[in-house]
Write a protein that binds this ligand. Structure first.
Ligand SMILES: *[C@@H]1O[C@H](CO)[C@@H](O)[C@H](O)[C@H]1NC(C)=O
Ligand SMILES: *[C@@H]1O[C@H](CO)[C@@H](O)[C@H](O)[C@H]1NC(C)=O
Ligand SMILES: *[C@@H]1O[C@H](CO)[C@@H](O)[C@H](O)[C@H]1NC(C)=O
Ligand SMILES: *[C@@H]1O[C@H](CO)[C@@H](O)[C@H](O)[C@H]1NC(C)=O
Length: 501
């Protein structure tokens, strides 16, 4: 146990130092003690003592030696064997699947083969309750040897489909025999190669053996985890399954088993005390840890998202930080989500790809980048993108920044003479057509008779340049025309409108 713990710690150190090298936050190991399997739901397809009417007798593989065994009070010695019953109605004789992840010394146990040879095949499935990058799986046995033939499988889709992670058998020929129809390799030549290993199938130790599977170490991209799509994909899992195929037996096993000798077969079963899963939650580099309990599922731990990101995997920008599209954090940039630039006049906005492509939306750093479009501009502002203009009827105060609350002042324009609106920059009133001047307090050209400016009535053919004098309404007549409206011939000229001499 100690050796394996040191191994795990050194594995985590390796992963941490990898992080330092790349400066990346992509693969975030949890603290050394974080076990993602702890408390998670485990289901076994068969369990000792369950689904049988009587308590189920099993015996240990090792023979009883009453001289050496200390406390035998809980156990019986039957035909020289050291035996006990599985009985779900008695807590001390219960061996249910949940004990695998409850962190106690209790263990799960499969039905002994005396119940039937089909109990060579038992599946033990852990629901991780969320998607993880699994770095390693560490299994400790209870009162049985390790399984002889088994497969470690994972599901990425909450248990709908399964693919193997690693195969285990006691010899290469057994690998071939049980897993030959699956393409497996004998060394880690690819980030996603499925190994068949003979390391963990020995019958010894008879109890308390360990199985340690690293899914990252020694693979080609182990040192650059976050850059390897394949390795990242390879380590993803929502569920983990141990497909146990053959129990480990002592010599002469086949003969005795095939003869269905219960004094032999009741000693053959699987027993697992604990499964630990090391790894990291998937936060796209936007979280340092996953410790936030999910209010909808207490078994799930959510990313503590930073950089204004939201979502179970920090996979979206939080509203209203939607000026730019969401991106995962990268080695050299956190790719933080940014607030829309509304000059402090609005908290609401939406993202428009077209605006982003037009480069017409200003970001909070003053660059035309992103596609945030502010809505509900307050404080008398408008401007379809950044609340960057004063709305109609208001003008921008000189010497006040656009992002000030009082940036926009009401136009000071009399609606008798103007439309009520004014130039949003200068505050100059927009005069009605018949008025002009800074305050619209005089007649425009072509009008006369302030304050009731009326159109000049100058005759086109008789009038020079400008139409009429705005103050008196007198039209400037050409030499050969006369009258207030130049619609008569001057003295000595005849035949209006020609007015020739
Ligand atoms: C075992 O029995 C329980 C109810 O007692 C039932 O829900 C479960 O499906 C049974 N399991 C098997 C493998 O038959
Ligand atoms: C165990 O799971 C595999 C699929 O991974 C399935 O084919 C097999 O039937 C299951 N075994 C039992 C005993 O349910
Ligand atoms: C983008 O620019 C084009 C051409 O200047 C213009 O027609 C279009 O309305 C703009 N779209 C938006 C959403 O501003
Ligand atoms: C003004 O003079 C032009 C010719 O110079 C003539 O065709 C036109 O009818 C005249 N307009 C009026 C209103 O008499």
């Amino acid at each position: 146990m100690l050796i394996v713990t040191v191994f795990i710690i050194s594995l985590l150190r390796t992963i941490e130092s990898q992080q330092d090298n790349t400066g990346s936050e992509q693969y975030i190991p949890q603290s050394d003690t974080q076990n993602w399997a702890a408390g998670k739901k485990v289901v076994a397809t068969a369990t000792c003592g369950e689904n049988v009417s009587e308590p189920e007798l099993f015996c240990k593989l090792t023979g009883a030696n009453p001289d050496l065994e200390g406390d035998l009070s809980d156990h019986q010695v039957i035909q020289g064997q050291y035996c006990d019953y599985c009985n779900p109605r008695n807590p001390s004789q219960t061996h249910s699947a949940e004990f695998v992840t409850d962190g106690t010394e209790r263990w799960w146990q499969s039905p002994p083969l005396s119940r039937g040879l089909q109990y060579n095949e038992v599946n033990l499935t852990i629901d991780l309750a969320q998607e993880l990058h699994v770095g390693y799986v560490y299994i400790t046995m209870g009162n049985s040897p390790r399984p002889r033939v088994f497969a470690l499988e994972r599901s990425k889709d909450n248990g709908k489909t399964w693919t193997p992670w690693q195969f285990f058998a006691d010899s290469e020929s057994e690998c071939q025999h049980h897993f030959g129809d699956y393409e497996y390799s004998e060394n880690l030549d690819a980030d996603d190669s499925v190994l068949c290993t003979t390391k963990f199938s020995d019958v010894k130790p008879l109890e308390g053996g360990e199985i340690y599977v690293s899914l990252i170490n020694n693979r080609p991209s182990a040192e650059r985890f976050q850059e390897s799509k394949v390795l990242k994909e390879w380590t993803k899992a929502t569920n983990i399954r141990l497909r146990l195929l053959r129990v480990n037996t002592l010599l002469g096993r086949l003969m005795a088993i095939n003869q269905q000798d219960v004094t032999v077969t009741r000693r053959y079963f699987y027993s697992i005390k604990g499964i630990s899963v090391g790894g990291s939650c998937i936060c796209n580099g936007h979280a340092r840890e996953c410790t936030k309990p999910d209010p909808k599922n207490h078994l799930k731990k959510l990313c503590e998202c930073q950089h204004n990101t939201c979502g179970d995997h920090c996979d979206q920008c939080c509203y209203p930080f939607i000026q730019k599209k969401w991106r995962p954090a990268e080695t050299h940039s956190n790719n933080e989500c940014e607030r829309c630039q509304c000059n402090g006049h609005s908290d609401t906005c939406y993202y428009s790809e077209e605006v982003a492509q037009n480069k017409s939306s200003l970001d909070i750093y003053g660059n035309y980048e992103g596609g945030g479009v502010c809505t509900n501009c307050q404080h008398n502002t408008e401007g379809c993108i950044n609340c960057q203009k004063c709305r109609r009827g208001y003008y921008k105060r000189a010497n006040v920044l656009m992002n000030a609350r009082n940036a926009c002042a009401k136009c000071n324009c009399d609606t008798i003479f103007s439309s009520g609106a004014c130039d949003d920059e200068t505050g100059r009133c927009q005069c009605k057509p018949e008025f002009s001047g800074p305050d619209c307090r005089r007649c425009n050209e072509g009008y006369f008779g302030y304050p009731r400016c009326q159109p000049c009535r100058c005759h086109v053919n008789g009038t020079r340049d400008k139409v009429c004098d705005p103050s008196g309404g007198v039209c400037p007549c050409k030499e050969n025309y006369d009258g207030p409206n130049c619609d008569q011939c001057a003295q000595g000229f005849y035949n209006f409108p020609e007015c020739k001499r």
